[in-house]
Design a protein around this ligand. Structure first.
Ligand code: BES
Ligand code: MN
Ligand code: ZN
Length: 498
């Protein structure tokens, strides 16, 4: 099974003069002058100056260099140089990446305790500490759950001490731990294969987590989904041997009343997307095991929020199904009646996300949601538009859009606003039903327009995370696979500044 990390992050006033065999010191190095922390002195400064001035280590972001050197007081010490990039560009995101790279390099060198001397440049100290701690917790995520680790008994990175950021900031460290662990919890689900995470198992894991953190579970099984008339969710799920489910978790702050606003996070929960009868082709279909990443993010966010306890009523709604071809599958041209009432022609069974989401959004409103954010690995089209560095943000409400956009930027998961407009309505007009689920390019925009019809007047934001939910290759701070995209944005939206 997986090597669960339980990294302890703390703040320290100075680097230790020596350390034992399991320890190492890390030094943050900028790509331009002054490259080293002013507090660095003695032989360690001389050593770092030599390595950096001779160009062996340039201080570029996401690079590290491990060297062994004699310690001032005798004996050997391991020194990890950690690139911070250009000073002028150093921000919270760079801090997050630097800490991620540092802990991954240290962990692979079997370091148990790391003292990291780092200057936060122009970044506000509390936010910088939070970003470093988040980066460290996120960086240690590994997804080899099904590998036999021969070296399982080898040392793990147990402690990271950040030196040079002052002391205190306990709340920031705790906030970072909760948020990053919840993002890692969501990543774990999105990396899980379709076989071991069908909708009912997804619902069971959500319920297990809810019980651990005191959230209310109001999930619906297939018979309840049928009884409520959620034709979109049922239609997508009908081709599979695995029953669909509607996962619903609630967070109620102490003293909340029914009159208070209720915010909903609605997440696409397709546990595997083959495309159905409009079947996908190509070698990368396996990535579609992560087509529930939006759902995992909605649940991961409420997991963090249950621990941070902000004063805001919340519900996470995750319509979950497996999209499979079979003799029972929904076919191109079939029509479903949605929970809200309107009918949708399913012209392409691979455009399944929007069919389950229209029911999810309508159900959130039925539960009383006054504001909605949905997250979905919805379209290949958004990857063409924005690649893997920005999520597409669509909204029917400028103020709400601005709030979510700001949260995404603060959280280091930047979104980019895209249009929701009836200019594109031809794409969703059906000859035979109220709407259709696919009508050509630009598809991300058409999909969002369809969702907007179900959001109606309720302030709503749709985040198309198809490009950001998955790392196509390993980076210095993350393995290839699920990124946890969306968790940090949602938590930031609700909890804001500590
Ligand atoms: N889950 C996919 C979108 C996706 C693609 C997510 C790549 C992550 C990476 C979605 O259900 C889908 O299949 N979309 C199709 C729709 C089209 C066939 C109408 C697409 O975008 O190709
Ligand atoms: Mn699809
Ligand atoms: Zn899909």
């Amino acid at each position: 099974m997986s090597r669960e990390t339980s990294l302890k992050v703390e703040l320290g006033a100075a680097l230790p003069a020596t350390h034992d065999a399991g320890g190492a010191v890390a030094v943050g190095v900028f790509a331009d002058e002054p490259r080293l922390p002013e507090t660095l002195d003695g032989g360690l400064r001389g050593l770092c100056e030599r390595v950096t001035s001779e160009g062996e280590f340039k201080g570029e972001g996401e690079t590290t260099l491990l060297i062994h050197a004699p310690a001032d007081g005798g004996g050997a010490r391991r020194v990890l140089l950690v690139g911070l990039g250009a000073r002028a560009e150093f921000d919270e995101a760079a801090a997050r990446r630097a800490a991620g790279s540092a802990v991954r390099a240290a962990a692979s060198a079997r370091v148990r305790t790391l003292d990291f001397a780092v200057v936060l440049g122009g970044v506000e100290v509390g936010r910088g500490v939070r970003a470093l701690a988040e980066g460290a917790h996120l960086g240690l995520y590994e997804n080899g759950f099904y590998q036999k680790k021969d070296d399982d008994e080898s040392p793990r990175l147990e402690r990271l001490r950040i030196v040079g950021a002052g002391e205190g900031f306990g709340e920031e460290l705790e906030h970072a731990r909760v948020v990053a662990e919840s993002a890692n919890w969501a990543r774990r689900l999105a990396d899980e294969p379709g076989l071991s995470l069908p909708p009912r198992e997804f619902a069971r894991r959500a319920a297990e987590m809810a019980n651990e953190f005191g959230l209310k579970v109001e999930s619906l099984g297939v018979e309840e989904v049928r009884a409520k008339g959620m034709g979109g969710l049922l239609g997508v799920g009908q081709g599979s041997e695995e029953e669909p489910a509607l996962i619903v978790l609630r967070y109620e702050p102490e003293g909340a009343s029914e009159e208070d606003e209720l915010w909903a996070f609605v997440g696409k929960g397709i546990t595997f997307d083959t495309g159905g009868i409009s079947i996908k082709h190509g070698l990368d279909m396996y990535e579609m095991k992560s087509d529930m990443a939006g759902g995992a993010a909605a649940l991961g966010a409420i997991r963090a929020i249950a621990q941070l306890k902000p004063n805001r009523r919340l519900v996470a709604v995750v319509p979950s199904a497996e999209n499979m071809p079979s003799g029972k599958s929904i076919k191109p041209g079939d029509i479903v009646r949605s929970f809200a009432g309107p009918t949708v022609e399913c012209v392409d069974t691979d455009a399944e996300g929007r069919l389950v989401l229209v029911d999810g959004i309508a159900y959130a409103k039925h539960l009383g949601a006054t504001r909605v954010v949905d997250l979905a690995t919805l379209t290949g089209s958004i990857i063409i538009a924005l690649g893997t560095h920005r999520a597409g943000l669509f909204s029917n409400d400028d103020e709400w859009a601005e709030q979510v956009l700001d949260a995404s930027l603060r959280a280091g998961e930047p979104a980019w606003r895209m249009p929701v407009s009836d200019d594109y309505k031809k794409r969703i007009e059906s000859m035979i039903a109220d709407y259709k689920n696919y009508g050509g390019k630009p598809d991300a925009t058409a999909a969002a327009l369809l969702l907007s019809k179900f959001a109606g007047e309720t302030p709503w934001v749709h985040l198309d995370i198809a490009g950001t939910a998955w790392y196509d290759s390993a980076t210095a701070y993350a393995p290839k696979g699920a990124s946890g995209a969306g968790v940090r944005t949602l938590v930031e939206l609700v909890c804001g500044e500590v």
